[in-house]
Design a protein around this ligand. Structure first.
Ligand code: PFF
Length: 497
């Protein structure tokens, strides 16, 4: 009897052995795996999640890209690049995406697919399987908290986007100059009721979709709207090039002016790499649970990360071209996109139409990200209390909406209420989540996947069959990603910083 049949015979009754063991994986590894080890390492991996499944690899790419591409790329990346002096910041961000973001994203999808449940329960299960400390499950809990905090302010900014749809489509920005566009945004900021209304609308739409279920709710919409957003970004870039500010914009984004590197800037770059890829809080882990077993995780993650980075770079180039062509200030803060984009469309033929469409698409990109922010919490509550998805979604939405009001007020009646240092509620939640919670989440996910997960689990999930591929994975997760994150943290809190 060959070793394969012996293992199946011996374990088959107690464990439902995953496909790969019965098939090709085992034949590659049969010489190296000892029976004893195998017993401990092999666990049932259900083929499907109870929450639903993506119908194909492409739909997972779209959903994960829908989570990754959002306000982070179009609104946040340009403004923080502007605040942190451009070039060096952008390069630091690209390094963080490659060295930390991609490995951690692979780890999240892997953990999600192995656990097939909400991040909290997937982590619990994998901790049990790996005989690791229960403390690792905290990764799941921290992720739920981060998602809740992020969504509270994300919805407020997305609300600005909704408001701008009407403003642009009605021709309100036709032919305006930089000053007028800046004042229009200031007028919105000084009006808490208007901001609260649009925050409410955005949260309402998000919760409505979430209540219907991620898989069926998302698939249809994403298929068309994401590619359309991409096309309109190219139109915006085309305008940026035509406006004569492209060379300066390009230089600002890519020329390395070392003097502009600040201690905090590096942390912001790392935090943004996590934020923009939606990693470090379990959103991608939750989506990973719905990925069919046949999909190649590594290839898919590369595609998602590349799409996300491309969108950010195109948005940045377009926005900075407009900034320099119009003598605006690159470091003007969170309002940057809401001044430059209306200004550009206001000067274009058919600008009202295209501008309106642009903000519809930005809002859409924000919705697909917001949905993923809720998924870890919703999936967990449904599993834990056997509650209906819609009830849980509404409860979460209301709580998050309430907290969001504090961010609304940060721009007006509470603009001088500081929580940490000189930071308003909005600034504090943004800083805490993006720059601390997500990088720490990413650090612990890397350590868990690198040190605790059984080798056999990793190899089967990633379809790794060679020692050299396994070595790359091991070094990336055990050394490169954790040290990268720790180095940035230490650099930031270093006394001279
Ligand atoms: N990646 C999203 C963006 O760039 O807008 C924001 C985000 C979504 C962050 C989901 C974190 C997350 F889990």
């Amino acid at each position: 009897m060959c070793i394969r049949d012996r293992i199946i015979g011996e374990l088959g009754e107690r464990y439902e052995i995953a496909d790969w063991i019965a098939n090709w994986q085992l034949s590659v590894w049969q010489d190296r795996i000892q029976l004893v080890r195998l017993r401990r390492d092999i666990y049932v991996t259900p083929d499907e999640s109870t929450h639903g499944m993506w119908s194909s690899r492409w739909l997972f790419v779209l959903a994960a890209a829908g989570s990754a591409v959002g306000l982070g790329n179009i609104w946040k990346f340009p403004y923080i690049a502007g605040e942190n002096g451009g070039g060096v910041f952008v390069v630091a961000y690209l390094f963080c995406v490659a060295l930390v973001g991609i490995p951690v994203m692979v780890a999240e999808v892997l953990i999600g697919r192995q656990g097939r449940q909400s991040p909290i329960n997937s982590m619990r299960l994998l901790v049990q399987q790996s005989e690791g400390s229960k403390a690792w499950s905290l990764i799941g809990w921290a992720g739920v908290a981060a998602g809740f905090l992020i969504l509270s302010f994300y919805s407020v900014i997305a609300g600005w986007g909704l408001y701008y749809i009407g403003e642009l489509a009605s021709g309100g920005f036709t032919g305006v100059d930089g000053n007028t566009a800046t004042q229009a945004l200031a007028a919105l900021h000084s009006n808490p009721i208007l901001m609260a209304v649009f925050h409410t609308v955005f949260m309402g739409i998000t919760i409505f979709i979430v209540a219907r279920g991620v898989v069926s709710g998302l698939e249809r919409a994403i298929r068309w709207l994401m590619p359309l957003l991409f096309v309109l970004l190219i139109v915006l870039l085309g305008y940026g090039i035509a406006s004569g500010g492209f060379a300066e914009g390009f230089d600002f984004m890519f020329a390395l002016r070392w003097e502009s590197l600040s201690f905090d800037g590096l942390l912001v770059a790392l935090g943004h790499a996590a934020f923009t890829l939606s990693i470090g809080m379990g959103a991608i882990m939750a989506y990973g649970a719905y990925v069919p077993s046949s999909v190649s995780i590594t290839r898919t993650v590369m595609t998602i990360a590349m799409l996300d980075t491309l969108v950010a770079l195109i948005a940045g180039l377009a926005i900075f071209s407009i900034v320099f062509a119009n003598g605006l200030e690159p470091g003007s803060g969170p309002g940057l996109m809401f001044v430059t984009v209306p200004l550009a469309f206001g000067q274009m033929p058919l600008g009202a139409l295209f501008g309106g469409i642009f903000f519809i698409l930005v809002s859409f990109a924000a919705i697909t990200s917001a949905i993923s922010l809720t998924e870890p919490a919703i999936a967990f509550l449904v599993e834990e209390y056997d509650a209906s998805r819609s009830r849980v979604a509404v409860g979460l939405g209301i709580a998050c909406w309430l907290l969001g009001l504090a961010s609304v007020f940060s721009f007006n009646i509470w603009s001088d209420v500081y929580v940490v240092g000189e930071k308003t509620v909005f600034d504090s939640i943004d800083y805490l989540t993006a720059n601390i919670m997500l990088p720490l989440g990413a650090l612990f996910i890397a350590l868990f996947a690198g040190y605790v997960l059984p080798r056999v689990t990793v190899m089967s999930q990633l379809g790794i069959t060679s020692e050299s591929a396994m070595a790359i994975w091991t070094v990336a997760l055990r050394v490169v990603a954790p040290l990268g994150i720790l180095a940035v943290f230490l650099y930031t809190i270093w006394p001279s910083g």
